[in-house]
Design a protein around this ligand. Structure first.
Ligand code: CP
Length: 312
């Protein structure tokens, strides 16, 4: 079969530098892994003896748990460092924490950190594979990969697709990773949000940028809402949530402007009634829970590709 059979490095730090071949390798492998989530009979302990540790300096439900479940489904040991109760709170540096875990024989470190570049710093200091589970407003590559998998499953390809990504773009590592991946695969991406939360600098990624949500949604194949990250800024970027949802939230009326049957996506957690109305979240076009399941499949694929001697 044409295309890559292995990823080029020991780490997965972002989508910015992944080739089309590498992205498609992960998506194809994830499609095969997916059957093992529900069918315990199809699971095989092919990563038995390998150890995976999660280091989450920021909160998470989906990403952390799906990495841990992915490791267990493939027979690896999966342990959470528990940053809040670790020696991080005694002032230990990130690189030092990694070097210590390396000495314990850890094969993969999965890190979420508030600082852009923290996974890259860790990767330079350890022998283990490092996977970026979200760094600052930079990248969240495994979220984008599961989003790509969901789009590929439902729409069968990317070339010429119109994808609207809406909301808090400035703080969003999900928007950046998706823009890198989608544009590389041939989709057209429009980023839209309030002027305080989206800047023209995103055009440098190859995306269109607008503050007009209807312009972004018009004729789109995919409508992706992003969470308003109220925890990031001390000063509010809009007057209040009610005003935000009335001007930038997606409801059934706005969704009618997208293509018939357009996918509704959100990385979660969703602020119900803010980024998306409840009827849109629970409606027939929503693939939000399919995204969560695909998150386990994508992470299984990555564990296998990065930890198994055979690759895919
Ligand atoms: N989408 C996402 O990253 O969710 P969590 O913060 O729950 O991991």
């Amino acid at each position: 079969m044409p295309g890559a059979t292995r990823l080029s490095g020991k780490d997965l730090l972002g989508l910015k530098n992944l080739t089309e071949d590498e992205i498609m390798l992960i998506l194809r492998s994830a499609a095969r892994m997916k059957a093992r989530i529900d069918d315990t009979g199809k699971r095989s302990p092919e990563l038995s003896g390998k150890s995976v540790v999660t280091l989450f300096y920021e909160n998470s439900t989906r990403t952390k748990m799906s990495f841990m479940m992915a490791g267990k489904y493939l027979g690896a040991s999966a342990t959470d460092l528990g940053v809040a109760t670790s020696s991080v709170n005694k002032g230990e540096r990130l690189a030092e924490t990694g070097i210590n875990l390396d000495q314990m024989g850890v094969n993969m470190m999965i890190i979420r950190h508030q600082t852009t570049g923290a996974p890259h710093l860790l990767a330079r200091n350890v022998r283990a594979s490092v996977v970026n589970a979200g760094d600052g407003a930079n990248e969240h590559p495994t979220q984008a990969l599961l989003d790509l998998m969901t789009i590929y499953e439902r729409l069968g390809g990317f070339d010429g697709l119109k994808v609207a990504i809406l909301g808090d773009i400035s703080h969003s590592r999900v928007a950046r990773s998706n823009a890198f991946g989608l544009i590389r695969l041939g989709a057209k991406v429009t980023l839209a949000g309030p002027a305080t939360l989206v800047s023209g600098s995103f055009r440098a990624l190859g995306a269109d940028v607008t503050t007009n949500i209807l312009e972004a949604v018009e004729g789109s194949d995919v409508v992706m809402g992003l969470r308003i990250q109220l925890e990031r800024d001390k000063a509010p970027n809009f007057p209040n949530l009610r005003e935000y949802s009335s001007l930038f939230g997606v409801n059934a009326r706005i969704l009618k402007h997208a293509k018939k049957g357009a996918l509704v996506m959100h990385p979660g957690p969703v602020n119900r009634g803010v980024e998306l109305s409840a009827d849109v979240i629970d409606g027939s076009q929503s693939v939000i829970y399919q995204q969560v399941k695909n998150g386990v499949a994508v992470r299984m694929a990555l564990l296998k590709l990065l930890l198994s001697e055979e690759g895919d």
